[in-house]
Write a protein that binds this ligand. Structure first.
Ligand SMILES: CC(C)(COP(=O)(O)OP(=O)(O)OC[C@H]1O[C@@H](n2cnc3c(N)ncnc32)[C@H](O)[C@@H]1OP(=O)(O)O)[C@@H](O)C(=O)NCCC(=O)NCCS
Length: 228
């Protein structure tokens, strides 16, 4: 696995050891706008737990060493990249086996407007909780190929690039011909990061996304793509 010159290295996710810590790192690094309940817990069901449970072989962690001067235990994940080589296959598995594990008290199944869930609105500003519930119950609409998050103490050291390189190589080996990310347009630093790693705005207008503008969804998210 890739080594950084300093105190961390990239290694495969280990389901027996890493699950709880990765969920904790996810909760710490998810955008501040979702740091309230039940949105905080729902976000782990939307963007973290399904990848760990359904596609562990394409999840990698940034592992701390014993001498990095932080409070993390040696070997503990301080960042991650989670993803899948096939979004549609992943979404099917999400429906078949992941939804059964979702706590219905926190995430009741939303009513489907006119029997067609493409009518579900994603509205992060006014209804973040309802939007997360709709994302969780409509996995075909939203899952990205990847999610990447690193604890602040380990950001801006080149670690994200190492996670990205290992992940892209793995999903390519598993048959992916490209990779996409759906992310908030407002996360300028992350967009620059993805740009440096070969991602560009999707050129087509996504009708189901509803904005009518290339690469932009109705909820203001942007879709970035990269060939492999
Ligand atoms: C986005 C993210 C994954 C990027 O990972 P990272 O390891 O911080 O990325 P890098 O270190 O490769 O690059 C970040 C910046 O650090 C700079 N950098 C890299 N190595 C450096 C070093 N040794 N010394 C100083 N700066 C360095 C890069 O040039 C880059 O600068 P820029 O943003 O001004 O262009 C990470 O910052 C993160 O987890 N952010 C919070 C969660 C998030 O936004 N996730 C994405 C959701 S869509």
């Amino acid at each position: 696995m890739a080594q950084t010159e300093s105190t961390v290295h990239v290694r495969p996710y280990n389901p027996d050891m890493d699950y709880d810590v990765v969920v904790r790192v996810f909760r710490e690094t998810i955008g501040d706008n979702l740091h309230f309940e039940p949105a905080h817990t729902l976000s782990t069901y939307a963007w973290c737990r399904p990848y760990l449970l359904l596609s562990p072989s394409t999840c990698f962690v940034l592992s701390s060493s014993s001498s990095d001067g932080t409070s993390c235990s040696p070997g503990e994940p301080v960042g991650f990249i989670l993803g899948t080589p096939s979004t549609m296959t992943f979404a099917q598995r999400w429906r078949i086996s992941f939804l059964a594990s979702v706590d219905r008290m926190v995430c009741p199944e939303p009513a489907i407007p006119d029997g067609d869930e493409r009518g579900w609105d994603l509205n992060w500003d006014d209804d973040p909780v309802g939007t997360l519930q709709r994302v969780i119950w409509g996995p075909e609409r939203y899952p990205a190929h990847l999610h990447i998050d690193i604890l602040p103490a380990y950001q801006r050291k080149g670690c994200g690039g190492q996670l990205m390189t290992v992940f892209l190589q793995k999903v390519k080996e598993e048959g992916a011909s490209g990779c996409h990310i759906i992310m908030p347009a407002s996360n300028i630093d992350a967009r620059r990061f993805y740009g440096r790693h070969g991602f560009r705005m999707y050129e087509k207008s996504m009708n189901d996304g509803g904005s009518g503008e290339p690469g932009i969804l109705k909820d203001g998210s942007v879709c970035l793509v990269r060939e492999l």
